[in-house]
Ligand binder design. Structure first.
Ligand SMILES: [Zn+2]
Length: 311
């Protein structure tokens, strides 16, 4: 871990190799370039965080909204001019803070989706359904795949349906053992994926080193970076999904019905649901505006005995 902020040394002098990247990232972010894409630009260009790692959106966001890069520091409740030189103008700093803390930028953030992205899939194209508001602003799960987008279901409808079925399992005495076994399986999978990510980052860093030593052309280096990026994307998506399940350890107690209906947080319900259920497949509704889960609309694939014995 390093105690300095990117762009500065520990005495707040500018680090000449880093400040142009701060300016570039700030400008790109203000042009609404997605942070993940800004990170890719930085990584491909050889920029590394102060701890030597690759940029991720959360790390970059932290730098971009840090008042120090605008030559400001916090004194009590106020931001005052600091003794060091700014890398970006204070106006830009304020615009970045607004950008990254504006609730309007994350529509539907107030709705806590039980199934999260990846918790359900489209019957037509088998891609994950996204958890986000529909055009009318209603919390929904919908297929986002180009060329499909054929399935959408209201979040409350699907979650209530899932809740009824999961609760029917929770009241069975053997379910506690199933939950524990599923957690072990998913933890093992997450660990393997983390190892894969480390490997990809190592390869990326090596390509960067080779490029810096002029043993690789810019074109080749970029090609390698693109290839690794393509490998990383599905791994990270799956890991995010697994973490959304594993981050919570629900304490169900002796009365699952009371727990589910009264005490459980959405995160705890999500964990229990996705530990028990391998896949939730949603089929198109028979007509628009159907406000119930019709027979055959949702298929639940419970984690099988086979996968439970697999660890
Ligand atoms: Zn689809």
């Amino acid at each position: 871990m390093s105690s300095r902020l990117y762009g500065f040394d520990t005495r707040h002098n500018h680090v000449a190799e880093e400040t142009p990247w701060v300016e570039r990232a700030a400008d790109d972010a203000l042009l609404l370039v997605p942070l993940a894409q800004v990170c890719r630009t930085l990584n491909a260009g050889g920029s590394r965080t102060t701890s030597g790692g690759l940029w991720h959106a959360t790390t970059l966001r932290r730098v971009l909204i840090h008042p120090a890069i605008a030559g400001l520091e916090r004194k009590g409740d106020n931001l005052v001019k600091a003794e060091w030189d700014a890398i970006i103008a204070p106006d830009k700093h304020h615009a970045l803070v607004r950008l990254f803390t504006d609730p309007a930028r994350t529509p539907g953030a107030s709705y806590d989706y039980m199934l999260t992205s990846g918790g359900s899939e489209c019957s037509e194209c088998r891609s994950w359904m996204g958890a986000r508001p529909s055009n009318s602003g209603r919390a929904s799960y919908s297929c986002r795949a180009e060329g499909c987008k054929k399935v959408r279901i209201s979040a409350s409808l699907l979650e209530q349906y899932m809740g009824e079925h999961v609760l029917a399992e929770l009241v069975k005495p053997e379910t506690a053992g199933r939950l524990a076994a599923a957690r072990r399986t998913l933890e093992a999978e997450a660990q393997a994926l983390r190892a894969t990510l480390v490997l990809i980052e190592t390869q990326e860093a090596e390509a960067g080193t080779e490029y810096a030593a002029r043993r690789l052309s810019m074109v080749t280096m970029k090609e390698i970076a693109r290839g690794l990026q393509a490998q990383r994307k599905p791994v990270k998506a799956r890991l995010r999904f697994l973490d959304s399940i594993l981050n919570t350890e629900p304490n169900i107690g002796s009365d699952p019905v009371k727990w589910w209906n009264k005490n459980a947080s959405v995160a705890a319900r999500r964990t229990v649901t996705l530990l028990l259920v391998e896949r939730v497949i949603v089929h198109p509704a028979s007509a628009q505006g159907v406000h119930s889960v019709e027979p055959g609309r949702v298929s639940i694939l419970w984690r099988s005995l086979g996968s439970r014995q697999g660890n």
